[in-house]
Write a protein that binds this ligand. Structure first.
Ligand code: MG
Length: 201
């Protein structure tokens, strides 16, 4: 399986990163070794500025390529929450030099995920999600604020990369990204229900 991540999919986050609003989806990938299903995350020694990015994640249920946007909804069946961990200090250096981001984004355990639910149990027109650190809310998002919808993302990405059953798409983060430190307890919620817990060790 592979992990596809969408960048700059919320206007306020693009603004806080001083990035332009994208005219088409920006995507990058993480390998399967980035996936973390445990609740303990060990702070990597190569960064001094590890940022949380809470994101809605969709699970692909049908293989496809060149998928038309109007059929995008047939290609995913479950939605959950994940964190797109980013070594912001390393990413800044890569950006400055025009180099790829992998070192900052694709390292082991950089994609913790929580539980998934069938999309039919959610109102896809309005999913609220948020992240708390040590019980304090740091990020809040709503699916409505995405620049590119899930169906659009599936259509766009599948023009370049075939989708397979089990692939995950991280759909972008709202504003409020920031650093985590050893000892922090992260908890992610969908419509107020706890979906993801993570202890930074
Ligand atoms: Mg992200």
């Amino acid at each position: 399986m592979k992990i596809i991540c969408i960048g700059r999919n919320y206007a306020e986050h693009a603004k806080e990163m001083k990035s332009e609003l994208p005219k088409e989806p920006v995507f990058f990938m993480k390998p399967d070794t980035a996936l973390l299903k445990e609740e303990d995350f060990y702070f990597p020694d190569f960064t001094q500025d590890l940022h949380h990015e809470i994101e809605l994640v969709v699970k692909i249920c049908k293989a496809g390529k060149h998928i038309e946007e109007q059929f995008g909804n047939k290609y995913y069946d479950e939605i959950g929450l994940g964190i797109d961990f980013t070594a912001r200090d390393i990413q800044a250096k890569c950006k400055e030099k025009g180099l790829p981001w992998e070192k900052a984004k694709a390292f082991d355990n950089s994609a913790p995920i929580g539980k998934f639910v069938n999309k039919s149990t959610l109102n896809l027109g309005s999913i609220n999600f948020d992240l708390k650190i040590n019980n304090k809310q740091v990020q809040v998002g709503n699916i409505n604020d995405m620049i590119f919808s899930i169906d659009k993302i599936i259509s766009y990405v599948s023009k370049f990369v075939s989708l397979k059953v089990g692939d995950l798409i991280f759909t972008g983060t709202p504003e409020g990204v920031g650093p985590v430190k050893v000892g922090d307890k992260l908890e992610g919620f969908v419509n107020g229900e706890s979906f993801l817990k993570l202890n930074i060790k």
